[in-house]
Structures are given as structure tokens and as C-alpha cells.
Design a protein around this ligand. Structure first.
Ligand SMILES: [Zn+2]
Length: 298
């Protein structure tokens, strides 16, 4: 049996080997499924599943994060950590895998992400132990099924959305960030395919998700994100696209559009002032040049 942690536990960073870390938090988002963040919720959120058969960890991030992540897991259970799942190819998410591998966990990523990583190793990355192909792969652990969904081109390579239907939980990296506009210059996103993916995520079987980035207040962010946040992300992209199209139709010179577009209904979201013009610039180019990046479907 696993111990449960009913309330948000902010733990002093005395456990951490890293300086300047304010607080770490672990929260049970569903029975036997926990979110974890090492820094009060302003950076990266990981997730772990506890079963009678062992533990599955989602998103190692980097070695410092992974080290604290393991301490958080050990605060809940001493079951062996069998898997560490990587969401996609980006170095800022897949660092620290070797910390879990050293404990005997197998790291898992989609073959597209693994091919990228073999050609472009990062400073803190390690080759995965297990790769998988295609659109869907399931792994059984105890009473739980870990569904690995590859929903096609959207962000990065091999982007995997994880669903554990028995617990009503998902893990979503980078595709949904509550309470924040799109990430700066929207790097490595195919925005049209991202919109399609957000629609498909809303068809998956979960009630609560852990989102890798979550700009809700820390005490809320640690509780995860919901389908409503997935829908809000989709709505923001559509609203920005419509606002840019309206400026095209008014005859606004294209390169004035990013500084002209306003979406006051999102003013309360983090980074609205700084990043809305960058988001608009990126989507404008996408609407002008055609969507990018792009690869032929397998
Ligand atoms: Zn990414």
C-alpha cells in the first residue's frame, strides 16, 4: 500500500543539492498518482504513479530536478521505480534520465524523440532504455494501464500524452499551460497541428492532468490541470488567429500586426504583455509562410 498525502506539502529545500530552490511540493492528484515540483510551481512539474507492482515516473527534466523527484517519491513509497517516461525530445524535459537509470528504472521515449536525441545529445541527457513506434503503446503496471499516445505533429518530436484511465489521470507536456499565453516565440510548434491535438486530447479518458508547466498560483498548480485548461489553450490560439486575420482584412501592414493585436480577455494570464506580441509575430509568419515546422507523416 502507498501512503497518501492529502494536502499540498511544501517541503523546505534542505533536501535539495541545488541552491536557490525555494520549496518542493508533492500532491496526490488522484488515488496513488502524485504531482511533483521542486521550486514552488514556477518551473517544471513531474508526476508519479504508485502501484503494488512498483512506481512509474513521468518527466525527469534535469539531474537536479530528478534527484529531488526521487526524494519526493521515497517520501511516499519504497516500491521500486520501474520506469521513467520522457514526453518528447527537448533537452529541458529529458535531462536527468540517468539519475533514474542508476536506480534501475528503464527510461522510455518515442522512437522519433530517440532518433533526435541520438543525433543531438544534450549535456544532461542519456539514451533511453526502451523506445516505441506508432501512435499507441500500453504498459501494464499492477492494476494500472499506462497509455502512451502519440498524437502526431504538434510540438517537438515524438510528443507523448500519457493517460492512466484506471486513475483518471494524464500527463501533458508543453501542449497545455494554464494561466499563461503561448511560450515566447512559440519554438518548435506547428500551431495548426497543435490546435488539432488539443481537440484530440479532449477526447481522451481523464479527469485531471499534470501539466509540465502551470502558471496558476503554486497552491493550485500542484493540483494539476483540467479539460477546461485544454479547451482554454485551444481557444487562445483560435482567438489570436482570428485577431490577426481581422487585421489582415483591415489592411494593417503585416509587420505592424504583432504590436496592434490585443486580446484583453487574456490580460490576466502570465506573460501577456511580454509574449502576446511574440505569439502574434510567430502565428502571423505561420499564416503567411505556411505552417512550420513540418515533416511528412510516417
Ligand atoms: Zn518542448
Amino acid at each position: 500500500m502507498f501512503k497518501t498525502l492529502k494536502k499540498v506539502a511544501f517541503v523546505a529545500a534542505l533536501l535539495s543539492p541545488i541552491a536557490n530552490v525555494a520549496s518542493a511540493a508533492t500532491h496526490e492528484v488522484a488515488p496513488g498518482v502524485y504531482s511533483f515540483t521542486p521550486d514552488g510551481g514556477h518551473g517544471y512539474h513531474s508526476m508519479f504513479l504508485v502501484t503494488d507492482d512498483g512506481v512509474a515516473a513521468f518527466e525527469t527534466v534535469n539531474s537536479g530536478h530528478a534527484t529531488q523527484f526521487i526524494k519526493a517519491i521515497r517520501g511516499i513509497t519504497d516500491k521500486p521505480i520501474k520506469y521513467a517516461f520522457h514526453s518528447h525530445n527537448h533537452w529541458d524535459h529529458i535531462g536527468g534520465g540517468k539519475i533514474l537509470q542508476a536506480l534501475g528504472a528503464e527510461t522510455v521515449m518515442h522512437s522519433q524523440a530517440a532518433e533526435y536525441l541520438a543525433a543531438n545529445p544534450g549535456r544532461d541527457t542519456s539514451p533511453p532504455d526502451v523506445t516505441w513506434d506508432g501512435d499507441r503503446h500500453d504498459i501494464k503496471m499492477g492494476d494500472a494501464t499506462i497509455e502512451l499516445h502519440y498524437l502526431g505533429l504538434n510540438h517537438g518530436l515524438g510528443m507523448t500524452v500519457f493517460v492512466i484511465p484506471e486513475r483518471g489521470v494524464a500527463y501533458i507536456a508543453d501542449l497545455v499551460t494554464p494561466n499563461r499565453v503561448m511560450f515566447s516565440i512559440v519554438p518548435d510548434f506547428n500551431i495548426g497541428e497543435w490546435e488539432r491535438t488539443l481537440g484530440e486530447i479532449q477526447e481522451l479518458d481523464f479527469d485531471i492532468a499534470v501539466c509540465s508547466h502551470n502558471d496558476l498560483p503554486p497552491e493550485e498548480a500542484i493540483k494539476g490541470c483540467t479539460m477546461e485548461h485544454v479547451a482554454q489553450e485551444e481557444a487562445y490560439i483560435k482567438d489570436l488567429r482570428n485577431a490577426i486575420m481581422a487585421e489582415f482584412e483591415k489592411g494593417t501592414p503585416p509587420f505592424q500586426i504583432p504590436s496592434t493585436v490585443k486580446l484583453p480577455q487574456y490580460e490576466h494570464w502570465n506573460q501577456y504583455e511580454a509574449w502576446l506580441p511574440l505569439n502574434a509575430q510567430r502565428l502571423l509568419l505561420d499564416m503567411w509562410m505556411g505552417p512550420y515546422p513540418w515533416v511528412a507523416p510516417e
